[in-house]
Design a protein around this ligand. Structure first.
Ligand code: SAM
Length: 284
C-alpha cells in the first residue's frame, strides 16, 4: 500500500493543488498520527462523525471505514472534486461545502439522529488553526448533542484549552472547556508531519462532553461574562478588571463580594477556580 506521503503528493500533483495558507491548509502526511487520531476518537458503526476541514481526505478515509456515517464540512471548493472522486462510492459519506461557522450543526445532528441508526455524534478534525477558538466555542456554546471532540490544533492553544482552571497557562476559554468537557491530551505532533510544514508544533486533544456541566451557576451567561471580562486585562487584579469593566458597580462592591467569599483583594483572575467564578456570579 502507498504511504500517506506518496498518496498526498500524488493527489496534490494530479489536481494541481497549492496549499492555501489563508485557509490554514497543512495536510497531514504521518500515518501514525492519522491512526492515533482515529483510535482516540473510539469510533463505532453507531457513530456519526462530523469532520471539519477534510482537505484532501487523509483522515476521512479512515473515518469512513469505521463510522456509521461521516459528514465532512469543507470551505474550499477546490477540495470538492478530490473528495467526491475518492469517496463517492462510500454510501456513508456526505460532503457540505460551507464555512463550518455558518453550518447549522444542531439541525444536522437532530435529523441524523431521527433516522434511527446513529447513537452518538463525534467531531474529528485537523482544524484550520486560524479559527480554532471560534470553532471550539461554537461546538461548546451551541450545546450540541455531541459525545466528544477530537481535534489537532496548535500546541500552545491546546495547552490553554485543557489546562486546569486555577492553575498555570489559563485564559477565559480554559473555563469554558472545563465547564462543558473533561479533556485529554492525546499526542504531540511535530511540524514535519504536514505539507506544507506549519510554523508551530501541534497537539491532538480529546474533549469528552460532560453529561452535566462542571458547576451549576444561577445564571450561566452572567458567569461567563464575568470570566471573559476578568481575563481581558490579564496583568490586572480581578478587582481592578471587574471594576473597570463595570461588572462591579464600584470598587467597594467588589471588595465586599471578595471578602464575603474569603478571597484576597489582590487576587488575580488566573488564581480562581471555576467554582470561585460561579460564587462571584451568584453573589452579584
Ligand atoms: N483534514 C486535512 C488533513 O488532515 O490533511 C486538512 C486539514 S487543514 C489543517 C484544514 C482544512 O480546513 C483545510 O482543508 C481547509 O480548506 C479547511 N477549512 C478552512 N477554513 C474552514 C472553514 N471555515 N470551514 C470549513 N473548513 C475550513
Amino acid at each position: 500500500m502507498e504511504s500517506i506521503l506518496e498518496e498526498t503528493k500524488f493527489i496534490i500533483k494530479k489536481y494541481n493543488i497549492k496549499a492555501n495558507k489563508s485557509l490554514g491548509q497543512n495536510f497531514l502526511i504521518n500515518e501514525e498520527v492519522v491512526n492515533k487520531i482515529v483510535e482516540a476518537s473510539q469510533i463505532t458503526e453507531q457513530d456519526l462523525v462530523i469532520e471539519i476541514g477534510p482537505g484532501l481526505g487523509t483522515l476521512t478515509k479512515s473515518l469512513l471505514e469505521k463510522a456509521g456515517k461521516v459528514i465532512c464540512i469543507e470551505l474550499d471548493s477546490k477540495m470538492l472534486n478530490i473528495l467526491e472522486d475518492r469517496f463517492s462510492l462510500y454510501n456513508n459519506f456526505e460532503l457540505i461545502n460551507n464555512d463550518v461557522l455558518k453550518v447549522d450543526l444542531k439541525n444536522i445532528i437532530k435529523s441524523e439522529k431521527k433516522k434511527g441508526q446513529i447513537k452518538n455524534v463525534k467531531i474529528v478534525a485537523n482544524l484550520p488553526y486560524y479559527i480554532t477558538t471560534p470553532i471550539i466555542m461554537k461546538l461548546l456554546e451551541e450545546e450540541l448533542d455531541l459525545e466528544s471532540i477530537t481535534v489537532m490544533i496548535q500546541k500552545e492553544v491546546a495547552d490553554r484549552l485543557i489546562a486546569i482552571p486555577g492553575g498555570k497557562n489559563t485564559g477565559a476559554i480554559t473555563y469554558s472547556v472545563y465547564y462543558y468537557t473533561t479533556s485529554e491530551s492525546i499526542l504531540e505532533v511535530p511540524n514535519s508531519s504536514f505539507i506544507p510544514e506549519p510554523e508551530v508544533t501541534s497537539k491532538v486533544i480529546k474533549l469528552n462532553i460532560r453529561k452535566v456541566p462542571a458547576v451549576n451557576p444561577k445564571d450561566k451567561d452572567k458567569m461567563f461574562k464575568i470570566i471573559k471580562n476578568a481575563f481581558m486585562q490579564k496583568r490586572k487584579t480581578l478587582l481592578n478588571s471587574l471594576t473597570n469593566n463595570g461588572i462591579f458597580k464600584d470598587k467597594q462592591q467588589g471588595i465586599n463580594i471578595l471578602h464575603g467569599l474569603n478571597m484576597k483583594e489582590n487576587i488575580r483572575p488566573e488564581e480562581l477556580s471555576l467554582e470561585d467564578f460561579q460564587k462571584i456570579s451568584d453573589n452579584l
